[in-house]
Design a protein around this ligand. Structure first.
Ligand code: ADP
Length: 658
């Protein structure tokens, strides 16, 4: 046994933070490596040591084995934790660590190697009597033979790139017609994506559930399973929600699948954390091995929550050569856990990732809630990495009570500034079939109307419009109070309705209002809403609309308002340019009216020398007076403003020369 005193984490984001947490708990020094894009990331701050390793492109940093090994040596790291993704399942890297005398926190290189190819993996499992999906996984890869095999299996079939992974390199073929072409195309795709064109063919399970078992092994030949996770809620073959126990699980099935998972672990002399994935055929009740992920899984917190185990600690202990401290009979699940993955992606646009800055990220303080994230307000989602913002995990006594809590969290979580799948996740949680556990891997595609989720009700938009208008009003009011430029009480005889124009995508909305004796009256469409502003600060508004109080979280960025409230969810609206800049703006030394206004007083004459900050013209707009001041020293060249006249926004008031 070799004690680990320091660990280099060859990863980033939430998983780096997660590993650092356990390091600290165990008194192990954590060493982070970071790229250009991650210089200010929370995980870099959290680590005991942080080392810059290169450009943002993964190949130049998190995937650069030379740099990572060199950094481990320089910092004297005893071990490397690879997290998931990046180098976590790279046999060459594991072997290099071994050679350099650095402990790789993961299974032995042979186990990773055996699972690196879908055909090798399947053949090994067949030898060890682990049920696999009926299909072909041979070495003869001629199109003729593959075609014959596909027909023998019976349609629909699934063509999989042997070297594929992460949901990539799969193609469903529904009928014999065109199978040859499909095989050729799949081979070409696989060659270009993975540099290898070997395929396996499987019977396509049309109503399948993805159920996986956490496994654990040590270097002394022990292997156990640590219960299952149900991961059927997927889009693009990628998980978005995971739960444990699976809603279809019973003790008999768990014993059978668990035994198969342990068999798979034994077949690999597995000696660390891993996951055996199965596809469960809803129609027949049969289950089949899909693959072993030879790393810590994204969704590991679900298992930690139901078992109370720290899987990262167990990984470190196994890597030190310690025997497993628990046996199969010690593993007891308690309650129920669910994880949802909050992504920066556009549900209405085929879940394409989006990039941008998260202006604000806040979640409610709820018992039993665990949030794994590397995001804080002002964090960027860049093009370089996975667009996952956070993993939100809830643990509670029962499935329905945990679901209720998760809905509450999703309604109250504030993530503004970027398009996310927050509403989409909530929509799934609210779905009756999901709640009943009636779903398969096609649930999202077959059961949800994705366009409808992106749509907001008229009432939601109206409320968002009112909240944004109040926020803008309050901001102006704050400024006015601070500047004390205008005598108070100006609003009392304020009778004209004010307005704001907003845009929701293509749709326009006019919000009109009157403010009188401390109360507002809003007019949107045909409706009138009595409104009181109860409280406000820079990022929130508390308003009483028609007698009901609501809290709105508001972030403004440029012309965009991001409005969030537990009832309306997250609504983005753009304020239409009220005072579009006119050509006159571009006149050198020109001073323009910033908004449609009345000229109250011209304070200077042509030829006057003025100093920066001197008043030039007093204008009045919306009953507010403003003084246009000189931005720099100069001489007044020409004056166009005449007292008492009304001018448009952008009207050139006067020109100065230096
Ligand atoms: P990857 O290595 O790309 O993750 P997997 O073999 O683990 O590929 O499969 C990913 C997902 O594809 C599974 O979770 C399941 O939803 C679906 N899938 C895989 N094999 C089959 C199959 N034979 N029939 C139906 N769906 C399948």
């Amino acid at each position: 046994m070799k004690q680990i005193n320091s660990i280099l984490i060859a990863n980033r984001g939430e998983i780096a933070s997660r590993v650092i947490r356990t390091c600290r708990k165990m008194g192990i020094k954590s060493i982070a490596v970071f790229s250009e894009a991650d210089r200010n990331a929370p995980f870099v701050e959290q680590a005991d040591v942080a080392v810059f390793i290169g450009e943002s492109t993964p190949a130049q940093s998190y995937l650069d084995q030379d740099k990572i090994i060199a950094t481990a040596k320089k910092t004297g790291a005893d071990a490397i934790h690879p997290g998931y993704g990046f180098l976590s399942e790279n046999v060459g890297f594991t072997q290099r660590c071994d050679k350099e005398g650095i402990i790789f926190i993961g299974p032995n290189a042979n186990a990773i190697d055996a699972m690196g190819s879908k055909s090798k993996a399947k053949n090994l499992m067949i030898q060890h009597k682990v049920p696999v999906v009926p299909g072909y996984q041979g070495s003869d890869q001629s199109v003729e033979l593959l075609t014959k095999e596909a027909i023998k299996i019976g349609f629909p079939v699934l063509l999989k790139a042997t070297a594929g992974g992460g949901g990539k390199g799969m193609r469903i073929v529904h009928e014999a017609k065109g199978i040859e072409k499909a095989i050729q195309a799949a081979k070409r795709e696989s060659m270009s994506a993975f540099g290898d064109d070997e395929l396996i063919i499987e019977k396509y399970i049309s109503s399948g559930r993805h159920i996986e078992f956490q496994i654990f092994g040590d270097q002394h030949g022990n292997a156990i399973h640590v219960l299952e996770r149900e991961c059927s809620i997927q889009r693009r073959y990628q998980k978005v929600i995971e739960e444990s126990p699976s809603p279809i699980m019973n003790e008999t099935l768990r014993a059978k699948m668990g035994a198969a998972a342990v068999n798979a672990a034994k077949a690999l002399s597995y000696d660390n954390a891993g996951t055996v994935e199965f596809i469960y055929d809803d129609k027949s009740g049969d289950f089949y091995f899909l693959e072993v992920n030879t790393r810590l899984q994204v969704e590991h917190p679900v298992t930690e929550e139901v078992t109370g185990l720290d899987l990262v600690q167990m990984q470190i202990e196994s890597a030190q050569g310690l025997p497993l401290s628990i046996s199969q009979s010690d593993i007891k699940g308690s309650g129920y856990a669910i994880e949802v993955r909050l992504y920066a992606e556009d549900t209405a646009n085929d879940f394409l990732p989006v990039t941008g800055t998260i202006q604000r990220f806040e979640y409610p303080d709820v018992e039993g809630l665990r949030v794994e994230t590397a995001i804080r307000s002002e964090s960027k989602i860049s093009i370089f990495y996975d667009p996952m913002i956070a993993k939100i995990i809830v643990h509670d006594a029962t499935r329905s009570s945990a679901h209720r809590k998760m809905q509450y969290v999703l309604r109250n979580l504030v993530c503004q500034g970027i398009t996310t799948n927050q509403d989409f996740l909530l929509h799934i949680l609210e779905n009756k079939d999901f709640q009943a556990g009636l779903y398969d891997t096609h649930f999202i595609k077959n059961k949800l109307d994705l366009n409808a989720i992106a749509q907001k009700s008229e009432e939601s938009k109206t409320f968002a419009g009112i909240a944004a208008t109040l926020h803008g009003w309050n901001q102006r009011e704050q400024k006015r109070t601070i500047l004390k430029a205008i005598p108070s009480g100006w609003r009392n005889n304020f009778n004209d309705a004010q307005f704001e124009d907003f845009q929701f995508g293509e749709q326009e909305m006019k919000v009109q209002y009157r403010f009188n004796k401390g109360s507002f009256e809003f007019y949107v469409g045909e409706q009138t809403y009595p409104v009181k502003l109860v409280g406000a600060d820079d990022t929130s508004i508390r308003a009483e609309i028609d007698g009901m109080q609501y809290q709105f979280n508001i972030t403004k960025n440029g012309n965009n308002y991001y409005v969030h409230n537990e009832n309306i969810g997250s609504v983005t609206l753009a304020q239409k340019e009220r005072f579009p800049m006119k050509e006159a703006e571009k006149v050198a030394g020109g001073y323009n009216a910033p908004m449609p206004s009345q000229i109250i007083k011209v304070l200077v004459k042509e030829g006057d020398a003025v100093k920066s900050g001197d008043g030039l013209v007093i204008i009045s707009s919306m009953k507010m007076e403003n003084t246009i001041e000189a931005a720099e020293d100069g001489v007044v060249e020409e004056i166009y403003a005449t007292e008492g006249s009304n001018v448009e926004a952008g009207f050139l008031l006067l020109k100065m020369k230096a």
